[in-house]
Design a protein. Structure first.
Length: 348
């Protein structure tokens, strides 16, 4: 694993964000507008969220396209006159995907292929696809479809050396206060004077903020080569300590109800495998995992293989550095949404 120096982050002038009305899309749109982006296209299938976002932003640089990544024609319309694509549209709820796995395949795999095809045909410079640690050693349908999405993204360059669009992926852990995440659930349970429900207090997860996820995608945009995967280095946290940190911030005595592991959940998550780390480049705050560019003819590798993989361990939330409760509180207090809730409670 070699080291390089981080580059200054570029600001694209025209961007399509698929799934752009979600938590990441909201934050990324504001980030781009603040930095002078001239044109942003938001593609999503939820007209109510689009209308809400339109009124919140009130910025003519943002155009809204009603459509679905499952529908190639709707992507083709949204990607016209665009130089870069951030592909965030996905089905992300683990239990839901366990019951409806083919719906996850249609959105996360087939939809991602549609985005890449439309981007290439439109002459887009680059596509950054958002993935998750659940794609590493996946045990659930959501993780499996995200792992396949990564393979689809990497195959774009392998099967088409003359490709115009550079397609890369980013992979991150739990994004605090994103839609469907556990922190808003904890806060709502405190509001209702109910115990906080925890699946397993010893379960560990990598934790990052929405701003960190935006920075990761922006970094990939600036530094990616064909087939690259970028991972931000972040600490992990036990779910028990996360629940206690939320209680302490809102000055409530921890009352925790352990409900047990849900469908498709793992005790820990991995952000990178040892095989990936063996070919990774250390970018300081990030890992850049280069694509495995070997061809289907494996004859040159029959007699001599690589022994470097055994020198690495998986980047696992159980063995990564765990945040203390105080560190977890600092991360939570840095979230604008948590500050808004604290003000509503009269605690800020």
């Amino acid at each position: 694993m070699s080291e390089t120096v981080d580059q200054e982050l570029a600001v694209p002038q025209s961007v399509l964000i698929t799934g752009g009305t979600g938590s990441f899309g909201h934050r990324m749109v504001r980030h781009l507008l603040d930095r002078g982006c001239e044109r942003i296209h938001v593609l999503s299938r939820d007209e109510a969220k689009q209308d809400q976002m339109r009124h919140e932003l009130g910025d003519r640089r943002v155009r809204y396209f009603l459509g679905d990544v499952r529908d190639l024609d709707s992507i083709r319309a949204a990607v016209q006159n665009i130089s870069h694509v951030f592909h965030a549209a996905a089905l992300k709820q683990v239990p839901s995907a366990e019951f409806f796995p083919m719906q996850a395949v249609k959105t996360n795999v087939n939809g991602s292929e549609n985005v890449i095809k439309a981007a290439e045909a439109a002459g887009v410079e680059s596509v950054v696809c958002l993935s998750t640690d659940k794609a590493v050693y996946p045990v659930n349908a959501m993780g499996m479809t995200k792992a396949l999405m990564e393979k689809v993204a990497q195959a774009h360059g392998l099967e088409n050396p003359q490709a115009n669009a550079v397609v890369a992926c980013v992979r991150y852990g739990n994004v605090l206060y994103s839609r469907g995440s556990v922190v808003p659930l904890f806060i709502n349970q405190l509001k209702a004077d109910r115990p906080i429900t925890v699946t397993d207090p010893d379960m560990t997860r990598f934790m990052m903020s929405l701003d960190q996820s935006v920075d990761l995608v922006q970094y990939a945009l600036t530094n990616a080569e064909q087939g690259d995967l970028f991972i931000r280095k972040v600490p992990s946290c036990t779910i028990g300590n996360l629940a206690k940190a939320v209680c302490e911030i809102f000055q409530r005595e921890p009352e925790i109800n352990i409900i047990g592991t849900r469908h498709g959940e793992k005790q820990s998550e991995q952000l990178a495998t040892r095989e990936e780390l063996a070919r990774a480049v250390d970018h300081g705050s990030y890992f850049r995992v280069t694509a495995d560019k070997r061809q289907l003819d494996y004859t040159p590798f029959y007699e001599e293989g690589s022994r470097t993989v055994s020198a690495y361990e998986d980047y696992d939330s159980h063995t990564a550095r765990h945040m203390t409760i105080e560190e977890t509180k600092e991360l939570l207090l840095d979230l604008p949404e948590v500050q808004t809730e604290l003000r509503a409670w009269g605690l800020a």
